[in-house]
Design a protein. Structure first.
Length: 277
């Protein structure tokens, strides 16, 4: 079970562009659906007491936990669940507040303050997961915030999925509504005057996909391919693409400004459309 409106939570879009994987001995392993999943683990809709405010990274007990980027250490050995502890840190640029939890008590260095570079050891994993949370840093961030099932997400909470994917050197998922709208806008699809489901259905129609209105893996993959085509350099003598590239182009007196407008008629002319399912 997952929080129904998990796409409303903004993705971490700041911080180190190349963060370090925070586990020294373990290779990247995590579920992309860990964030906003129900707790206790495996609970059904009415049984969930809270939602997972972070991502759980799979590791081995005793693994060394490292800072993914330069940070100010705010607190160490903070009490956590099941007798484990947590470290709280703010990124050196002051943008993000991190929670690293599930550590062995007493394994964290005593130092608290600024100046800890990327890769600094901050403790050792107590069990088989390291819990990681991210928030917008502000003066009120002194600890993690519990996300109860009966309440909306904490105001400053961020989805750390893309940040963790960067640390794992993986392609970053398009997951939040902000990211989805931006991707569709870059392809020239209208993203105003209708709700998100209608926007996705419109894109699915032009991409030759079933009009479910759901941002599923197939829709994301097709949108990604289209974005990559949009970003490809075009030789001056190359055949025009099926979308209008960068610039301000007047069509029948209507000025269209954007990253690219997908033209269904041109798609048909070039034989690149697919029959609707």
């Amino acid at each position: 079970m997952r929080y129904e409106n998990f796409r409303d939570v903004e993705m971490v879009m700041v911080g180190d562009s190349n963060p370090r994987w925070p586990l020294l001995e373990s290779t990247p392993n995590f579920s992309q659906e860990s964030f906003a999943s129900g707790r206790p683990f495996g609970c059904k809709a009415q049984e969930c007491e809270r939602w997972n405010a972070g991502i759980d990274l799979v590791c081995l007990a005793g693994d060394t936990v490292l800072l993914p980027e330069a940070c100010t250490i705010e607190a160490v050995d903070e009490k956590w669940s099941n007798g484990t502890t947590a470290v709280f840190a703010t990124t050196a640029d002051g943008e993000l507040f991190f929670v690293f939890a599930g550590l062995t008590p007493g394994s964290s260095p005593r130092y608290v303050g600024p100046g800890s570079p990327k890769g600094t050891v901050i403790g050792h994993a107590n069990g088989t997961t390291l819990h990681f949370e991210a928030y917008i840093a502000n003066q009120f961030n002194v600890a993690n915030e519990v996300w109860y099932a009966s309440e909306p997400p904490p105001v400053s909470l961020l989805n750390p999925l893309n940040y963790i994917q960067r640390a794992a050197n993986q392609e970053q998922t398009i997951e939040s509504w902000t990211q989805i709208r931006d991707a569709l806008h870059r392809l020239g699809f209208p993203t105003s005057g209708s709700d998100e489901i209608q926007q996705i259905q419109r894109a699915q129609r032009f991409l030759g996909l079933p009009e479910t209105g759901e941002w599923d893996s197939e829709t994301e993959a097709r949108v990604r391919r289209s974005l990559k085509r949009l970003e490809e350099p075009t030789p001056s003598d190359a055949k025009p693409k099926n979308y209008l590239r960068y610039g301000l182009i007047s069509i029948g007196g209507l000025a269209v400004l954007g990253g690219g407008l997908w033209l269904y008629r041109e798609m048909q002319n070039n034989g690149e459309t697919h029959e609707r399912h």
